[in-house]
Ligand binder design. Structure first.
Ligand code: NAP
Length: 208
């Protein structure tokens, strides 16, 4: 039976099948975002809730490009808040790729995530160098604060944003203040499930 919560999990945290191809072009480091946002630019409500993602039914489990995105992802890098949200889902760990979690407050990976999750902290260029040295160049950057910090340093190359038709009025914002304007070009835009607009943007200006 279709359940909205399960649909949400399938939609955003769908487990990609083991043995899927890794990115073959390891010459170029790439930081990419794949995220759902409200019309007013929030990625969770005031309580950190994601129930609004249930507002659109997805009876056939359309993954909206997530499987393809993950097939070209070597590892995830997410903020601690997002990590704790995923840990709170009542499902099996949804990632088969290594997950790096940015945190100053966590000192140890919870036992059940050892071998799947690694803690990192500090300046983003140093964090990226550490991850690249482990052979992970194509990264899925996740979490509002984390994405904003990456953007502030000109470190996001691509963004796939799926806009839900809801005004949350507050919550965790997707974007924050940036020191300078940045240009992105539209790669593709499509309507998903008849209700969502998914837009794929690529950074136009070079890295600083
Ligand atoms: N709609 C969607 O598709 C979607 C996707 C992802 C997340 N979300 C939701 O959005 C919310 C995200 O929360 P958020 O904006 O607070 O962001 P976040 O980026 O997930 O987490 C922020 C935390 O990351 C840590 N951090 C960030 N940069 C760091 C650095 N350079 N070094 C060390 N630690 C660093 C800090 O943790 P410490 O406090 O431990 O130092 C900071 O408090 C969550 O509610 C999540 O569920 C929604």
């Amino acid at each position: 039976m279709f359940t909205p919560v399960l649909s949400l999990l399938l939609m955003l945290y769908r487990k990609f099948p083991a043995g899927a191809p890794l990115s073959t072009d390891l010459m170029q480091a790439n930081n990419r975002v794949y995220i759902a946002t409200s019309l007013d630019g929030f990625i969770s409500d005031r309580n950190g809730g994601l129930a609004w993602l249930d507002s659109v039914e997805n009876p056939e489990g359309d993954d909206m490009g997530y499987g393809n995105f993950m097939a070209n992802t070597d590892a995830l890098l997410m903020g601690r808040t997002t990590f704790e949200t995923v840990c709170g889902f009542d499902v099996e760990w949804p990632y088969t790729k290594p997950v790096y979690v940015l945190s100053n407050s966590l000192t140890k990976v919870p036992a059940e995530y050892e071998g799947k999750v690694w803690l990192v902290k500090g300046k983003l260029p140093e964090v990226l160098q550490y991850i690249h040295e482990r052979g992970h160049l194509s990264l899925y950057i996740d979490g509002g604060q984390t994405i904003t910090n990456f953007l502030a340093q000109g470190l996001i190359d691509e963004m796939i944003l799926t806009v839900f038709p809801v005004l949350l009025g507050g919550g965790h914002p997707l974007f924050g203040d940036l020191p300078v304007a940045q240009d992105f070009e539209l790669v593709n835009s499509k309507v998903c499930l008849g209700k969502l607009v998914q837009s794929h943007y690529r950074r136009k200006t070079g890295r600083p």
